[in-house]
Ligand binder design. Structure first.
Ligand code: ADP
Ligand code: MG
Length: 325
């Protein structure tokens, strides 16, 4: 199978493009460029993420999961900005043209793409070690409050985390053979099939100040908000949300470590003024997404971890994953 046949067979499936007459695509994939019409009175939000086999996902990951995750991590970046997904491009480098692999990969990819009504509008296909780069574009209504920037946290804001955290890290530790868990499947699913909080991100516009998605670990990612907003944070580690399964599977120290330093959760961490508490409680019910208050923005330098009763917790190294360290 040649390059063009491969693209045609697996990545030209735009039959669902018509589901939405406002798809804003003047010229789709297949020409030298896609030609797009941005919606009136909207800003564009653009992001790109590369997934390399053996670095961003274990080599043995199922191809359907790789397709899902490659788009999910990009959707998560849009979510953290409060943007609505619209289009994406796919640069795919493959060691070989493997039908079974491509079929499963594109199934995983298009399933989550359809769910979020995000259209594949072009790409590039090359041969080499497996790597997937997706560039995503979303839109933000220009007349609304601004996007959820990392630099927008304000003194005395509440700090929130969506969903449960730590399970992605637990999944990775299981894959790497560092830990064993009786019930591994739900933890592996969290690692391989993250749920980007796209709807939540859009609903937070005008209510939250700063936001970031949790890809490198809570301490590292909240650290970015603190740094870029020139604020500090008091984090109540006894109030961090994790699942019963996590608490049943690992000891307290390991759970804390995975919640604080583990990556791959793709939940949102955001800050919001105290007067938004009622709105956020109602939003949590409406979207069926847990939103947990885990701390306060302070004027201190950096993040202080507090335990039950507000005691300073014995946690020193506030760092997450860094490719170059
Ligand atoms: P060019 O030579 O101009 O770079 P290509 O041969 O790389 O064009 O691609 C031909 C067409 O196929 C382009 O419209 C491109 O966007 C599309 N395409 C290539 N690879 C993919 C892919 N993996 N997914 C979707 N579209 C793709
Ligand atoms: Mg090309």
């Amino acid at each position: 199978m040649g390059e063009f046949e491969l693209i045609q067979r697996y990545f030209a499936s735009l039959e669902w493009r018509d589901m939405d007459s406002s798809s804003q695509v003047l010229v789709p994939s297949g020409d030298d460029c896609a030609v797009l019409t941005p919606a009136n009175n909207h800003h564009l939000a653009i992001s790109v993420d590369t997934l390399i086999a053996g670095v961003h996902f274990p080599v043995a990951t199922a191809p359907e999961d790789i397709g899902h995750k490659a788009l999910a991590v990009n959707l998560s970046d849009l979510a953290a900005m409060g943007a609505e997904p619209v289009w994406f491009t796919l640069a795919l480098t493959l060691p070989e043209s493997n039908d079974a692999w491509l079929e499963a990969f594109s199934r995983g990819l298009f399933q989550i793409a359809k769910e979020h009504r995000c259209l594949l509008i072009g790409g590039d296909t090359t041969r080499g070690p497996l790597s997937i780069t997706i560039q995503i574009a979303g839109q933000l209504p220009a007349q609304q409050a601004g996007p959820l920037c990392r630099s927008a946290a304000r003194l005395d804001d509440d700090i929130y985390v969506s969903g449960n955290i730590g399970e992605g890290a637990a999944g990775l530790k299981i894959v790497l053979g560092d830990v064993v868990a009786e019930q591994a499947k739900p933890l592996l699913d969290r690692l391989n099939r993250p749920t980007p909080r796209v709807e939540l991100g859009q609903a937070l516009i005008g209510h939250a100040n700063a936001a970031i998605d949790l890809s490198d670990g809570l301490l590292a990612d909240l650290g970015h908000i603190c740094e870029q907003s020139s604020v500090g944070a008091d984090l109540r580690i006894d109030q961090l949300p994790t699942s019963t399964l996590m608490r049943e599977s690992f000891n307290k120290e390991d759970v804390a470590d995975m919640m604080l330093r583990g990556g791959d959760d793709y939940e949102l961490c955001f800050t919001a003024p105290v007067q938004e508490r009622t709105f956020l409680e109602e939003l949590s019910v409406r979207l069926d997404v847990p939103l947990t208050r885990v701390g306060k923005v302070t004027s201190a330098d950096g993040i202080r971890c507090l335990d039950e009763g507000g005691e300073t917790a014995a946690i020193d190294d506030a760092r997450g994953y860094d490719h170059f360290r």
